[in-house]
Design a protein around this ligand. Sequence first.
Ligand code: GDP
Length: 459
Amino acid sequence: MIQDTIAAVATPFAPGGIGIIRASGPGVEDIARRLFRPTKGRPCPFNSHHLYLGDIICPDTGAILDEALVTIMRSPRSYTGEDTLEIQAHGGLLVMQQILRTVLKAGARLAEPGEFTRRAFLNNRIDLSQAEAIAEIISARSEGGLEIALARLKGDMADLSRGLRDEVIELLGILETSIDFEESELDREDQSNPKEKIQSLEVRISELLATYQRGRMLAAGISVVIIGRPNVGKSSLLNALLGKKRAIVTAIPGTTRDLIEDTLAIGDLTMLVVDTAGIREGADLIEREGIDLLRDRLSTADLAVVVVDGSDEPQQEDLEIIAGNLHLPLVVFLNKSDLPQKLQSERFTTLGPGIVCIQGSAKLNHGITELKEAIYGLVNQEKREARSSVMVTNLRHKLALEKAAVFLQQARIALEEGISPELILLDLREAADALGEITGKILCEDVLDRIFSTFCVGK
Ligand code: GDP
C-alpha cells in the first residue's frame, strides 16, 4: 500500500504559457484545501474531475503565489489510480518553484523520475509494456515510432503477450493433468496436440521477433554514417540532405575535425546522419580521436553513404573504404556530377552485393532525392518481411520473447524425444514466465527501477 503523497512539476523546466504541478496520493485533498482559495469565496467542494479557478496562497503568510486552475481526480479514475491533484498555473520558472515548494511544505514529497507512472503500474492502471510506451511517446522522434508507441499504450503488445502466455498456461494445465501421458495418447487428442500447439506458439513468436529490426529503426531512428576521402564533398552532402547549412565546407582537406551529427526525417524513419569530414588516418591527435569516434559510430551504424568524387581520377582509397565497410548496407554517392566525370557507377556496384550507386551533385542539390530514396529502400527491406501487425521495438520485450522461444523449443524437442514430462512442464513454466515479463506480471524490482529511472520527473 502506498501511503505518501508525491508531487512534481509535470511541464518542462522552461518558461511557458501554462505550467502544471501534479501531486498524487492520499494527502492531495488536504493539500488543495490548505493552499487553494477559490475565486467564488465559498469553500471549494473539489468535485472529482472539475476545474476550479482561484488563487494559490502560501498557507503560512497568506501571500498569493499565482492565479490557477485546480482539479482533483479521485481514485481510481486518475492517471496513477490514486487521488491526484493538478494545479495549472502560469508557466514561469519562479512561479512553478514557489508553488511546488508550497505543495511540498503542505505534506507531499518530491516525486522520483517516473514515479507517477510507476504508481499507475503498481495500482494496475497500466501494465509494464504500456508504462514503457508512455516514455516512448514522450521521446518519439519519428511518426512511425510514435505510431508504434501509441499502439503499445493501447495494449497491442500486452494483449498479444498475455494471449500467448494464456495458451502456454492452458497447455501446462493439460499436460499436468496427464502427467504420465504417453506421446501417442496425446497425439490422439487432436484438439490439443501439445506438439502442434507449441509449434504454433513458436511460429507466432518468431514472426513477432522478425519485426524487431524495423521496429527498432522506427522507434530509435537509424544511424547513417557519411564516409569518404577528404574533399570529396561529405559536408556538402550532409548540408544538402538536411536542407540547411550544418557542416562547414571548405576546399582545404581536413577542416572538420570532429563528427557532425544531425537528424533527418525520410518517410516514417528518423535518421541520425553523421558526417565524418576531415578525419584522416595518421593525422594529428585531435584527428586520431576523431578516427576512434568514427570507428565507434561505424560499429553501430545501420548504413553508410560512401562519397566519391566523380570528377577525380579513380582512387585506391575509395575502393578500400568500400571494401572495409561491406558488412553494412552501402550507398555510393558519386559526387560532383556538375563537373566532367572520370568515374562510372559500375565501378562500384560490382564491388559487393547490394551496393547502390547514385550520381549527383551535393553543391547543386542534384541526386539528393534519389539518395534519400535509396537509403530508405535499403533500410526498409524488413518491412516486406514483417508478418506480425504488432511491432517489437523494445529490447526488453525482444529478450523476453527470445527466452520464451528457447524454452518452447526445448519443451517441443523434449516431447518429441519422449523425455520426462516433469522437464517439459518446467520448460513451459519458464516460457510462460518469460512472456509474463513483458507486461510485468512476472518481474523483479531491479527491472522496475531501471525502466522508471529513464522517465522524467513529473511523469
Ligand atoms: P569533405 O571534406 O568531404 O567534407 O568535402 P566538402 O563538403 O568540404 O567539399 C570539398 C570541396 O568540394 C568544397 O570546395 C565544395 O564546395 C566542393 N564540392 C562539394 N560538392 C560538390 C559538387 O557537387 N560539385 C562541385 N563542383 N564541387 C563540390
